[in-house]
Design a protein around this ligand. Structure first.
Ligand SMILES: [Ca+2]
Ligand SMILES: [Ca+2]
Length: 445
């Protein structure tokens, strides 16, 4: 559900008191961003007048690093210009509604190749760095002060106070304003299926066989939207309900990544059961063909239903049933590796100790293989074609075992990013397909 029942005046009242917060796109008629492409709009987008929109004038920053100067142009634009090659401006953002936001930045730079990115929760207790935009390019403009708006979609923001830093990389970066606008309100999940895992006999409790044509079953799946980088500086824009990126075909779910598509470097799709159904325990398995070529990152995994924004992770739990990166696959034979991992508060990358394992898989791209986890109150194991190669059994504490809580299933094909793009991108790669024959969830009685 979205906030279609909240009027602008009601929002203004709700937001009154935030000193540097203005509301309403009508404030900026001359610098509206280009109309979003059809793919950039979630199908359940609220009416424009109902969206919370937060605008921060750059000159209203609450903190800074590096030398910055506030200037005005002849067009009555007041902006901040950096002097050092690396600077940041900080702001306090009081987010009224949890959800996925569009981030827009109006600026330019004296130098070529300048970029900006936004760090969220700069005061977090874990000393983590939460990148919620990936790189926003600042267009070079040596003299003219022709400001341009760059945008990223889908940044996750929980309701409440966020201390953020706008990082500016490059000499002479200029910023007029920063705008956050709600794309999709955070969805809760109405149904949780809790599986018995006490016996040996498998009983099917939920599945999608991906029969038929058109878009996948909307009673089972929703979509994550955007190109905010997903915490990994990934390249793709995840579209919502767009057949080019997600469709049923020949008994499979096809997730297709497409290069130079719809105004984006890459488009692709990320399907989730969030908003439909979540799971506690079970044997979760899917049968798939996984694409080759350097630069892709295919995954079937779970994310805790408690996830709202990056601060939720890894405490909400994550179970990676199968991950594959294209650079590990032999393009000629399709022989590659499947990885299984879990992430939780006690074990994750920042601590350098996340439990993980991999196994060689023959002909991953042309032959179907079955990837599964067996998740019970005693632990989690992972299999390829029934062969167990990963085991996790630390259930001693909430930090080590958030897996008594509901998880959503996610299927996606990413491009680039910290792992997928570790060895660069195959320049000849254009379209990539992850084919999934079915997803099934069983209990054991
Ligand atoms: Ca300004
Ligand atoms: Ca099928």
């Amino acid at each position: 559900m979205l906030i279609s029942n909240i009027t602008l005046p009601a929002l203004r009242r709700a937001l009154a008191g935030a000193s540097i917060l203005l509301l309403g796109t009508a404030l900026l008629p001359s610098c509206a961003p280009p109309a979003p492409t059809e793919t950039a709009v979630p199908s359940e987008a609220p009416a424009a007048e109902a969206k919370p929109v937060l605008i921060f004038q750059a000159e209203d920053f609450t903190g800074q690093s590096g030398e910055v100067v506030t200037e005005s142009s002849g067009e009555e634009v007041t902006y901040v210009q950096t002097v050092a090659a690396e600077s940041w401006l900080s702001f306090e953002v009081d987010v009224p509604v949890a959800g996925r936001y569009r981030v827009e930045l109006r600026g330019n730079s004296k130098s070529v190749g300048s970029t900006a990115w936004i760090e969220d929760y700069t005061d977090n207790k874990d000393e983590r760095t939460y990148d919620i935009t990936g790189y926003l390019a600042l267009q070079e403009d040596a003299e003219g002060l022709a400001f341009a708006v760059e945008q990223k979609d889908g940044s996750p923001l929980n309701k409440g106070l966020h201390r953020i830093k706008l990082h500016l990389l490059g000499e002479g970066a200029r910023v007029d304003w920063l705008k956050l606008s709600l794309l999709v309100e955070h969805q809760t999940t109405p149904q949780t299926l809790t599986q018995e895992m006490t016996g040996e006999e498998l009983e099917l409790v939920w599945s999608d066989e991906f029969e038929g044509t058109g878009l996948p079953d909307s009673t089972k799946w929703t979509y994550d939207i955007g190109d905010w980088g997903w915490g990994n500086k990934e390249l793709q824009y995840y579209t919502v309900g767009r057949l080019e990126n997600t469709r049923l075909e020949d008994g499979n779910l096809v997730i297709e990544a497409r290069k130079d598509d719809a105004g984006h470097q890459w488009t692709s799709a990320r399907l989730t059961t969030r908003g439909k159904v979540a799971f506690v325990y079970g044997r979760i398995e899917f049968r798939a063909k996984v694409p080759p070529l350097r630069g892709n990152w295919a995954a079937g995994w779970t994310l805790g239903d408690n996830y709202v924004d990056e601060l939720s992770w890894p405490y909400c739990g994550e179970i990676d049933i199968m991950e594959s990166v294209g650079y590990e696959m032999d393009d000629a034979t399709g022989n590659g590796k499947a990885h299984a991992s879990i992430h939780c508060g006690a074990y994750y990358f920042k601590l350098g100790n996340q439990p993980t394992a991999d196994i060689d898989v023959v002909d991953m791209d042309d032959a179907y293989h079955t990837y599964s986890v067996d998740w019970s109150p005693e632990g989690i194991t992972a299999q390829v074609d029934g062969k167990t190669y990963f085991e996790y059994t630390d259930t001693a504490s909430e930090l080590a075992w958030p897996f008594g809580q509901a998880q959503n299933l996610i299927l996606n094909l990413a491009m680039g990013g910290g792992w997928g793009g570790l060895k660069g991108m195959d320049e000849n790669m254009t379209n990539q397909k992850l084919l999934i024959d079915y997803v099934r969830v069983y209990q054991r009685q």
